[in-house]
Design a protein around this ligand. Structure first.
Ligand SMILES: *Cc1c(COP(=O)(O)O)cnc(C)c1O
Length: 428
């Protein structure tokens, strides 16, 4: 009776808030959120609420990726007010400002705004490897190798060879050296032109590449006249975790791609940066790939806010990921396994101790909602995450996930562990 009344009045309140905020009824502002820092203003703070069995409200905590964030009022306003021009003519002032800002921040001569990280990486490959059949060396678990459809072969005519990615995202330097070709111009061999590193390393769970590793890769590459490109989709997370300027990391690379649309929260876009000559060639490749955009200052305006206001708050995501990881370790009954030393940024990988529960089944349990009786049992909380490579599960923190969301997700993981252990005991 009590909970019914509470539910009805909560719903009335939500409707009232939604009306005032001019939001559809499927959205609600998070009431009683923990700390709401100023950067949240740049974000869509509305939380999706699923309607289930009549009036049950379900709180969603979306840990699938840091790509799911949505721009909020401040970012949308900056987009609406952006000064624009034809960027293919180099006449969009907002894009030009963003490119200047990025080049300064990264300590590079120039930067270019491109539609996606995938295109930025492909352009970098095309500029560094200009002869058909040139070869690049990539980590066997790198995004470029696994998740970009082999665009470097498909579209750039570049051959790849791999080095083995170690659990910390690095690779062995002797193996790297052994992969550099020495036979050019013997007709049997391609020519080694490029080494790609990924920082933070996505598949290896947001691992930050040590600075000494980057220095060693660079000096080896210099020795053989090979370029170094960093897929730095999340290099700002690395800079925050290492407490260094991004330029300190990037002085060890010839070029870098940095996503604005992940933890930094812009809706679209990636910065590609490098030397002036590299960027001049990159402009040509971008056009050939169909990435020359016109009044794109509308999007670049969001990118400027992302670089200006969203970098420092990444620490909050790292903090929440650690809190969640610690809760996995301490969960009673024990079901989860996690290496705390590997939790460095906003991506968390963990495992289940019980092989009879698969990662896919576990993710389905985390996302399944029962009666809406909220945080005390975890049943009213929908937590989204993905099964990941090697039997692990991946969860990613971002601007859309508050401390309160993290705590709700922790309630849910405890709930799932209790349910699973009860089920096991019944079947024994
Ligand atoms: C997301 C990502 C990319 C590609 O970015 P898109 O904008 O999705 O094309 C490249 N590298 C890494 C490591 C990423 O995480």
């Amino acid at each position: 009776m009590y909970s019914k009344t509470l539910r009805v009045s909560a719903r009335a309140l939500l409707q009232c808030i939604n009306r005032r905020a001019n939001l559809p009824n499927t959205h609600v502002f998070p009431v009683g959120h923990g700390r709401v820092g100023p950067s949240r203003l740049y974000y869509e703070t509305a939380k999706p609420v699923n309607s289930l069995a009549g009036d049950a409200c379900v709180r969603r905590v979306d840990l699938r990726s840091d790509t799911v964030t949505k721009p909020g009022a401040a970012m949308r306003q900056a987009m609406a007010e952006a000064e624009v021009g034809d960027d293919v003519f180099g006449e969009d002032p907002t894009v030009n400002e963003l490119q200047k800002m990025a080049a300064d921040l990264f300590g590079m001569e120039a930067a270019l705004y491109v539609p996606s990280g995938t295109m930025a990486n492909l352009i970098a490959v095309m500029v560094h490897c200009r002869e058909r059949g040139d070869e690049m060396i990539v980590g066997d678990l790198s995004h470029i190798h696994i998740y970009e459809q082999g665009g470097s072969a498909q579209l750039a005519g570049v051959h790849s060879t791999t080095v083995t990615n170690l659990p910390d995202g690095t690779f062995d330097l002797d193996q790297l050296e052994s992969k550099i070709r020495h036979g050019y111009p013997d007709a049997h061999y391609p020519r080694s032109r490029l080494v790609c590193v990924e920082n933070t390393h996505n598949i290896q769970g947001g691992r930050v590449l040590p600075l000494h590793f980057l220095q060693e890769v660079k000096s080896l590459a210099d020795q053989y006249g090979v370029a170094v490109h960093m897929d730095g989709a999340r290099v700002m997370n690395a800079a925050i975790a290492q407490k260094v300027a991004p330029s300190t990391i990037l002085k060890n690379t010839h070029s870098v791609s940095v996503c604005l649309s992940k933890g930094l929260g812009a809706p679209v876009g990636t910065m590609l940066a490098g030397a002036q000559d590299f960027i001049s060639r990159a402009v040509r490749c971008r056009k050939a790939l169909g990435g020359g955009m016109r009044q794109v200052g509308i999007l670049a305006a969001a990118g400027k806010l992302a670089l200006r206001d969203m970098v420092n708050r990444l620490e909050e995501d790292h903090h929440h990921a650690r809190i969640f990881a610690q809760a996995l370790l301490e969960c009673e009954p024990p079901l989860y396994e996690v290496d705390m030393a590997a939790v460095q940024t906003n991506i968390l990988r963990f495992r289940l101790r019980d092989p009879s529960l698969t990662p896919a089944e576990f993710c389905a349990l985390m996302a399944r909602v029962g009666e809406c009786d909220g945080a005390t049992t975890g049943q009213g909380i929908e937590v989204l995450m993905f099964p990941h490579i090697g039997g692990s599960i991946r969860a990613v923190w971002h601007l859309g996930i508050s401390l309160e969301d993290t705590q709700l997700a922790i309630e849910k993981l405890k709930f799932v562990a209790r349910q699973h252990s009860q089920k096991r005991h019944r079947s024994e």
